[in-house]
Every structure is written in C-alpha cells, then in structure tokens.
Ligand binder design. Sequence first.
Ligand SMILES: C[S@@+](CC[C@H](N)C(=O)[O-])C[C@H]1O[C@@H](n2cnc3c(N)ncnc32)[C@H](O)[C@@H]1O
Length: 293
Amino acid sequence: MTQEINSPFRYAGGKFYARKLIAEYIPEHDFYIEPFAGGASIFFAKSKVDKNLLNDIDEDLINCLMTIRDHSDVLIERLKGEQATKERHAYYKNEYRPRTKLDRAVRWFYVNRTSYSGIMKTQNCYWGYGEKYSMRPENWPRNILRTSAKLQEVELTSCDFEKVIEEAPDNSFLFIDPPYFNADQEKFYVHSFEKEDHFRLSRTLKKHSGRLKFLLTYDDSPEVHELYNWVHAIYEKTWNYTINRTDDQKNGTNIKGARYKGHELFIVNYDPFKQRNLFDSTLDTQKILEKVL
Ligand SMILES: C[S@@+](CC[C@H](N)C(=O)[O-])C[C@H]1O[C@@H](n2cnc3c(N)ncnc32)[C@H](O)[C@@H]1O
C-alpha cells in the first residue's frame, strides 16, 4: 500500500498539521528516510516510494511499529475489548509489567492513544482521551491494519540519528525533524537531546550534504540560522492548527477547539522549486530568508 494515511500515533511535536506545506518542498526521490521518525506523520501522509526507512532512538516506539508491521493480527487480538478509561490508562502506565515485545507494543499503543498529546515520557504522561475527538478503541483495528499495509517492506531501526545519516545510500532524501533547539521539548520525549546533539546533527549533515538531499525542520532562532548558514535556503513557514479542548488538560471537557499557529524553519540543501512551473503561485509567496549560496 502506498496511499496517504494518518499516523497511527498521537505524537507531541508531530508534523500532521504542516504535512501539506512540507509536501510542497519534498523533491522527487526513490529512497526516503526519517532519522527522527516519532509518529512519522510525513511518511504516512505522503505516497510511499521504492525504499523507506524510519528510525527513532525510542525503542518502544519502533517496537510498536514493528509489531504493527509484522503481527498486526495478534496486536488487534490483544487489544480486543479494551475500553478507553482513566483506570485502564493508569493500569497500563503504572502497573502493567510487559514481558514480551508484544506486551510492550500493546502497552505502548494503548497508552499513546489515550494520553494527552500522546506524550509517553512517564513524568508527563497523563490521561487525555476525549470521546468526541480521539480515535475510539473500536476503530483501532482498522487503523492498525491500514498502518500495517503501509509499513510492509519499510525498514525500521532504533539507533542514534548519526548512524542513520552516515549509512544512508547516496541520493537518498531525508526528512529530518529533531527535537526543537530552544523550546522545552525535553518533557515530551523519553530520550534527551542536548545542545551538543544539535551541533553534531549540523556537522553530520554538512559532511554528507554532497550526496544526500535533506529537508530539516526547526524552531526559528538565531542559533539555528547560524548553525545552517551553509545550506541552500532557509524558509520561514507558518501554518494554522487547532487543539481540541478535550485534549487540553487545563480546560477539561470544553469541546471547542483552540486555534494556534505553527511557525518553523524549513532548511533545505537543494532547490525545492527547480523543476516546478515557473508561474507556480507558491513561488511568489515564499519568504526566502537566505538565498542560494
Ligand atoms: C519532533 S519528534 C519527531 C516527530 C515526527 N516528525 C512526527 O511527525 O511525529 C523528534 C523525535 O526524535 C527522537 N530522537 C531524540 N533523540 C534522538 C536521537 N539521538 N536519534 C534519533 N532519534 C532521536 C525522539 O524520540 C522523537 O520521537
């Protein structure tokens, strides 16, 4: 299956709402790689190419994707009859002791689908399921099956990003979505990402820039501009999104969605509009902060 679907996970910092904007910048490619996959909302939103690799340092996340890919039927069987309740969430989060990879995948899937913003880091993982807006347990099997179909033949790994970039085949396209440089994303992810990791990412990308294409998304800050002053272009992009209040712990059950603006940098080492129609209207509206070097 190559078609566009939604990520099976809720994921903090996920790019779901920016997926159409990001798609405009993705060049043609045969090998697609996400070194920081998370919920992999861009992989799921785009059509699948010949070769695809999703990587994340979070082993439980990758184990859950592997289980969906290879054992969707047993996962569905194990989740059968589950209700989305605070009690079950607390049970899976605090008491359940997984013994097998399948147990770990069941736990991860349940907790992810029922936690506030899909945050899995234990200290910040709270019940956050809203009957009106969250995917109901009776729809989980369908979600798992279509995710499984899309994940067939997709390579899944759990290691540090540097190894993935070092080993990426020539001419691969990488969509790179690391934790933010400045914003406090520490609370979202199980593994911490230090300033030195951001510098290491820039060094690694620079080293391989001649043989790989990448689109890197980041929070807008002078440090990031400085760190990537060697790329082809940096675009400043904004998009709208809403968060349903049932997902919002502070506002409890108020069902009206709150509106927010996403604002990030799209950093590319290629010309994303090279083969596009010169009269494409999107060209006029681009705010190019740094021009071709
Ligand atoms: C911003 S999220 C990615 C979100 C994703 N693009 C989506 O749409 O859901 C960043 C991800 O990087 C992962 N990560 C953190 N440190 C890493 C490292 N050193 N190597 C690989 N992945 C890492 C985190 O576990 C997290 O899932």
